[in-house]
Ligand binder design. Structure first.
Ligand code: FE2
Length: 259
């Protein structure tokens, strides 16, 4: 099965290129996962935007530390099986940390987890994954993890932690695509970060003047999204539908005009 993974969609520019890409190319893929935690103006996601992303072809939306920025998602996520927030939030948090979706006669599990290093305090993602992956393996061997985190070391450690147990471990959150995509020894595809879908001539998808000003004066400020040099970042991953092992992993980094 061919999977399309889309890195953090930032605001309207990110949605614009995502929808253009999906309109032209979604038929090339069997399953599509989009990180949507920054899709509403850079902070969170709304029900309307989630519905748009699903209606254009996404099978699952993953989130991260900005999951809860738009309060309406508290109820939406409870009812929407195709949306996942980090599994290592407290049990009382709305929504779910993984989902299993049936497509093309296969069950596909998508897990979202949040890292600990340089991130808001949260329960240990390693313990959470060690607990849940054996349970999911009873149902399917096609398992992918969006590991939302800052530190390269923590993400790579998670890749090795799940090597041979899941099909794909990919990082999100830094908004900078890394060039370390590979298939680990046990057949688990891995990349430290898939990158960001939105304006690339800002700072992590936000307006560069506003960001720079904040670094200089340290004052609270409002951020707007960057609208220049819009690119889509992601991955194409082939996963053997019988074994659950990855067969190939390829980065996507395409400018709006070339979609
Ligand atoms: Fe994030």
């Amino acid at each position: 099965m061919k999977f399309l993974i889309i890195g953090d969609v930032v605001g309207e520019p990110g949605r614009k290129i995502l929808f253009k890409y999906l309109e032209k190319r979604k038929q090339n893929y069997d399953f599509i996962v989009v990180n949507g935690e920054n899709s509403a103006g850079g902070f969170g996601i709304t029900a309307k935007i989630a519905d748009q992303i699903f209606s254009r072809g996404a099978d699952v939306i993953t989130l991260g530390n900005h999951s809860w920025d738009k309060k309406e998602i508290y109820t939406y996520i409870n009812d929407e099986k195709r949306m996942v927030r980090p599994i290592n939030y407290v049990k009382e948090a709305p929504g779910r940390g993984y989902t299993i979706i049936e497509k093309k006669d296969r069950k596909i599990a998508v897990i979202n987890a949040q890292a600990k290093i340089f991130m808001p305090p949260i329960a240990c993602p390693f313990l959470a994954l060690d607990e849940i992956v054996p349970e999911i393996l009873k149902e399917t061997n096609i398992i992918i993890l969006d590991f939302h985190g800052e530190a390269t070391s923590e993400k790579l450690a998670m890749g090795w932690n799940l090597n041979g147990k899941v099909s794909l471990v990919y990082g999100t959150h830094t908004h900078v695509q890394t060039a370390d995509e590979r298939i680990l020894s046990g057949g688990t595809a891995y990349i430290t970060d898939v990158g960001m879908t939105g304006g690339h001539d800002g700072v992590l998808g936000m307006n560069r003047k506003e960001s720079l000003q904040k670094f200089k004066d340290g004052m609270p400020s409002r951020y707007s999204v960057c609208e220049e040099n819009i690119k889509i970042n992601g991955l194409e991953v082939e996963i053997n539908e019988n074994t659950g092992k990855a067969e190939s992993i390829k980065r996507i980094n395409i400018h709006y005009d070339e979609v």
